[in-house]
Design a protein around this ligand. Structure first.
Ligand SMILES: *[C@@H]1O[C@H](CO)[C@@H](O)[C@H](O)[C@H]1NC(C)=O
Ligand SMILES: [Cu+2]
Length: 131
């Protein structure tokens, strides 16, 4: 195994231990882009694929217009809102991830979700760490 691979293994082990044992992480959705209609269609799928979401973490949505609405997978897929009660209109919207599994968020303003202002994440259980 070359040194590059060895370093990768060490790095990944470090990341994994941080992900499993560190305290709750606040994930800034879209990083510097915030919560917008993205220029890059893959912004939120790429963003989500690069991190691990654990029960106890939170999502921070920063936006100037629009909202954050948690929806079902079907609503996410079709950019539809069947439960308007879950809409947060004030920014930053901080959402605590309290349950494992798939979670879906869109902006409910007409046209925004269609143009990729939508986020799907998978939240995993917190594994036991001595604290
Ligand atoms: C989210 O968690 C934080 C920190 O534990 C807490 O202060 C806040 O009230 C929670 N928000 C909601 C909506 O439960
Ligand atoms: Cu929007």
């Amino acid at each position: 195994m070359g040194s590059f691979n060895f370093n990768m293994v060490v790095f990944m082990a470090l990341v994994a231990s941080m992900a499993f044992c560190s305290s709750a992480t606040q994930h800034i959705v879209g990083d510097a882009s915030g919560w917008v209609i993205p220029n890059n269609h893959n912004l939120y799928t790429d963003w989500a694929s690069q991190r691990m979401f654990t029960v106890g973490d939170s999502l921070v949505f920063d936006f100037l217009t629009g909202d954050v609405t948690e929806v079902s997978k079907d609503d996410y897929d079709h950019c539809h809102v069947s439960n308007p009660g879950s809409t947060i209109k004030t920014s930053p919207a901080i959402i605590n991830l309290t349950s494992p599994g798939d979670h879906y968020y869109i902006c409910s303003l007409e046209g925004h979700c269609i143009f990729h202002q939508k986020l799907a994440i998978n939240v995993v259980m917190k594994s036991s760490c001595s604290k």
